[in-house]
Design a protein around this ligand. Structure first.
Ligand SMILES: Cc1cc2nc3c(=O)[nH]c(=O)nc-3n(C[C@H](O)[C@H](O)[C@H](O)COP(=O)(O)OP(=O)(O)OC[C@H]3O[C@@H](n4cnc5c(N)ncnc54)[C@H](O)[C@@H]3O)c2cc1C
Length: 381
């Protein structure tokens, strides 16, 4: 049976694309290799802008009922220890940024997709089916059997290791536009309530360590580094986190020895490398489209924005019964209009910090919460 739309990957970008399309009256099959709830290695920092996109799809009540831990302050610390602190403004619809383990966040969005009429199927997509240079479906292992599932349009939302994007892209993500990051959970830290903390320091530039609390002494702690730079150093990410937690101002806040749980490492593809996101019969969204901010490492807000744009473009294409590249190419333009300027600025700052680390000190010391670097971090939360 031919489906109308297949969305591969039920993370925030995929589930949101699926919901938006179902709400426009389409028949959507949402595929993920995992059952939900499932973990996704992340800092768990969800910007207000992302929450507001979910509000606009009708999730306000569910999100408020879920009681996510709100964050209202940000702290940014420079290599020499200069600090800027600022209030985080709620979004236009009143949503706060928040910290919520992805196990919980992603399951809520995936369930909402199902409740909106999306059909969910646990399956491992192996590759897109391509005929006459056009994506016409996917090959996937369902209950141990390899099956062909055909559709008029396919959305790749299968994250940074996307098999769909890997098949369609004719370029590779370069190490200078990628990062590796480690996240872990700590349960006994003296938190600054409702404040997310970012620490830029020499050993990990361009990159940073973070402490994102979510109440009762619990926090998501981690750090990330640009991949080419990481390959040049001798330390592992685990060593670097130990160094971070041994810093006197952090160590004194850890109360009962600082046991770390669920430590995991994952990769990030930055939007600073421009890639094609529209193909004949298919669009890439979220991490599969490489939409992570190259300074902050945040990808959820961009992922949700891309989901909404993709759903609009696919809806129009299906109305016109034309999902050719000519019809879908407008998606690349829309992504550029909405994200290119911010990506460029973030990339420029990231490169400057690596070449002249003292920049971070100067920007934070003299620019305070009005500096470009602070603004980008504040903007993304
Ligand atoms: C350590 C770390 C910290 C981060 N911290 C933050 C943060 O605090 N805030 C922020 O905004 N961003 C953060 N990010 C980035 C953020 O995690 C991603 O941008 C976000 O998860 C993208 O969502 P997505 O839906 O596009 O992809 P994902 O969340 O990766 O979802 C992809 C889905 O596709 C499924 N899938 C993959 N392959 C297949 C397949 N072959 N077949 C079927 N299903 C498949 C997976 O199971 C998964 O459910 C961080 C990233 C890392 C690595």
């Amino acid at each position: 049976m031919e489906r109308e739309i297949i969305v591969v990957g039920a993370g925030p970008s995929g589930s949101t694309t699926a919901t938006a399309l179902a709400q426009k009256g389409h028949n959507v099959l949402l595929i993920d290799r995992q059952q939900f709830p499932r973990d996704k290695t992340c800092g768990d920092g969800i910007p207000a802008g992302a929450i507001e996109i979910l509000y606009s799809l009708g999730m306000k009540e569910r999100i408020q009922d879920a009681g996510f831990y709100p964050v209202t302050r940000i702290l940014l610390s420079s290599p020499r220890g200069y600090v800027v602190e600022a209030d985080l403004k709620p979004g236009k619809m009143g949503a706060n940024s928040c910290v919520v383990p992805r196990t919980e966040f992603d399951a809520l969005i995936q369930q909402y997709a199902v409740d909106s009429g999306v059909e969910f199927c646990q399956a491992q997509v192996k590759e897109p089916i391509i005929e006459d240079n056009r994506v016409v479906g996917v090959r996937a292992t369902v209950n141990g059997n390899l099956q062909e599932i055909r559709a008029q349009a396919v959305v790749a939302a299968d994250g940074v290791t996307s098999v769909v994007a890997r098949t369609l892209r004719d370029d590779k993500q370069e190490d200078g536009h990628r990062a590796v990051a480690l996240r872990t959970y700590i349960t006994d830290i003296e938190e600054n309530p409702h404040q997310v903390e970012f620490y830029l320091y020499h050993e990990i530039l361009p990159g940073y360590a973070w402490i994102f609390p979510y109440g009762e002494g619990k926090a998501n702690v981690g750090l990330g580094m640009r991949l080419d730079k990481f390959r040049e150093i001798d330390s592992s990410l685990e060593d670097l986190v130990d160094i971070f937690l041994e810093m006197p101002e952090i160590k004194k806040r850890i109360r009962r020895g600082g046991e770390l749980n669920d430590t995991a490492i994952w990769q990030l593809n930055f939007g600073s490398q421009p890639i094609k996101k529209a193909y004949s019969g298919a669009l890439l969204v979220g991490d599969a489209a490489g939409l992570i901010n190259p300074l902050t490492g945040g990808g959820i807000h961009n992922g949700l924005q891309s989901a909404v744009l993709a759903s609009d473009v696919i809806h129009e294409a299906l109305e016109k019964k034309d999902t050719s590249l000519k019809q879908l190419a407008v998606y690349d333009d829309l992504i550029n209009e909405n994200m290119k300027a911010n990506m460029r600025k973030s990339y420029f700052l990231q490169r400057s910090l690596m070449r002249i680390p003292i920049w971070a000190d100067l920007l934070i010391r003299w620019g305070g919460s009005n500096s470009d670097i602070a603004n980008i971090f504040i903007d993304k939360l």
